[in-house]
Ligand binder design. Structure first.
Ligand SMILES: Cc1ncc(COP(=O)(O)O)c(C=O)c1O
Length: 433
């Protein structure tokens, strides 16, 4: 595969962009080799600067449920760009997208648009603290909620009282305000809330984790979480930045019937443009400025081009669409998993509908330490390059999820299935990568 142009451009990128990228996970650090520089995308396909085409299963980290440059989304963006790009005032476009989301997502009565998932979670936490007048937040190991100081913290090894940050530059005071617990562990959750409930403002969780590979929270765990947070007046925040509108119109909360107090959204709701949103119970949301004392603002929040593009993408989604997408996903995962079982290969695809990840072991994965143990490391890197050689683009990091879009054809999914099988059946293809 010729990648000379990508390499040349990436060398230039390194002169002016930190590490040549604007987000670390794009750097191929996790898989080795030079990052590819993409030039254009249409439907399920992306094309690099050397003219190589790939079927894209990364999909801008899950944002592109309609693949690249969907006609309706592009048209909506174009039409609205011509009418003025940003006003810094209320526009009809914001109201239309807000009404649509409120009508779909059970927990959301009032919503605030921001520009990224990070902004959404960061602001939701501030709101929860302002509402409860408490400081502590609880999160779960391996869940990623963006890069706000309070959220880049993990306890590690499931010890809730040990505080350690995942990044340099985070003041100890932030670390001390965050308790990170093992995912799916009811006992630790109960003990922690019993001990600290008077100081806990909120619990934030990905109800289906997608940032330690895909791990759906157990129903009993979520149920207990909802009951305990309700009992102690702790704000429960579902981070559905990744799952929002990926699995159904009602999102994971609609599917499980477990309704949080606040919900964070992003990715899909912008149709591929930068966006974030948080919303929920009216009595909590009304604590936000200008109605209440919790401040949060944004020059570009609710930009009409983004709102219209997002609404165009969301308006195309319906029950039939999800049924078909989820069936295709199910077909892929059951066929690959059947192959692994038959050939006694220590791997499985863990999935929640159209979000999936490959685990390099047979046993199910329940939490972050399981996910790390099953992450594959070098083997994932080899698999990544094996797929790349066959025109398939997966996320360049082993704990990331991959996604299907409405644009992937049966033929493309079959090609992915075959490429996965080949990798595990033909050891020489691993060695070559
Ligand atoms: C669940 C979840 N929350 C929050 C974020 C942060 O969103 P953004 O990258 O738009 O800041 C991400 C990003 O991948 C995410 O997956």
């Amino acid at each position: 595969m010729k990648t000379l142009n990508s390499q040349k451009i990436f060398t230039q990128a390194k002169d002016v962009l930190v590490g040549g990228v604007n987000s670390p996970v794009r750097s191929f650090k996790g898989v080795g080799g030079n990052p590819l520089v993409m030039k254009y995308g249409k439907g399920s396909q992306i094309h690099d600067e050397d003219g190589n085409a790939y079927t894209d299963y990364c999909l801008s980290w899950g944002a592109l449920i309609w693949g690249h440059a969907h006609h309706n989304v592009v048209l909506a963006a174009k039409k609205n760009a011509e009418r003025g790009i940003s006003f810094g005032t209320t526009t009809r476009a914001e109201i239309d997208l807000a009404q649509h989301i409120v009508s779909c997502v059970p927990s959301i009565e009032l919503i605030r648009f921001v520009n990224s998932g990070t902004e959404a979670t960061m602001s939701a936490i501030r709101l929860a603290r302002g509402f409860t007048k408490r400081s502590l937040i609880v999160k779960f190991d391996g869940c990623y909620h963006g890069h706000a100081d309070d959220l880049l913290t993990t306890a590690g090894s499931g010890v809730a009282t040990l505080h350690a940050s995942s990044s340099a530059g985070i003041p100890q005071s932030h670390v001390e305000n965050t308790l990170s617990l093992p995912y799916n562990d009811i006992e630790t959750l109960k003990q922690t809330l019993k001990k600290h409930h008077e100081n806990i403002a909120c619990v934030i969780i990905e109800p289906v984790a997608g940032n330690m590979g895909v791990i759906p929270a157990n129903k009993d765990f979520l149920k207990t979480l909802r009951e305990l947070t309700q009992k102690h007046n702790i704000v429960l925040i579902f981070d559905e930045v990744m799952t929002g509108f990926r699995t159904s119109l009602g999102c994971v909360q609609g599917e499980t019937g477990i309704i949080p107090d606040l919900t964070c959204l992003g990715k899909i709701i912008g149709g591929g443009f930068p966006i974030g949103a948080y919303g929920g119970r009216k009595d909590i949301m009304q604590h936000l400025a200008p109605l209440g004392g919790v401040y949060q603002a944004g020059t570009f929040a609710g930009t009409p081009v983004v709102m219209r593009a997002g609404l165009a993408a969301l308006k195309l989604l319906n029950e039939n669409f999800y049924k078909k997408l989820n069936e295709r996903a199910e077909q892929l995962s059951s066929s690959v998993n059947h192959f692994f079982e038959q050939n006694k290969i220590p791997a499985h695809l863990s999935s929640y509908k159209s979000m999936m990840s490959l685990r390099f072991r047979r046993e199910p994965v329940q939490n972050y330490s399981d996910a790390q143990a099953a992450s594959g490391g070098l083997q994932y890197a080899q698999l990544f390059h094996h797929l790349l050689q066959r025109g398939i683009y997966w996320p360049p990091a082993d704990l990331e999820a991959f996604f299907l879009s409405g644009m992937h054809t049966k033929k493309e999914l079959k090609a992915l299935e075959e490429a996965l099988k080949n990798f595990f059946l033909i050891p020489s293809s691993n060695a070559k990568a």
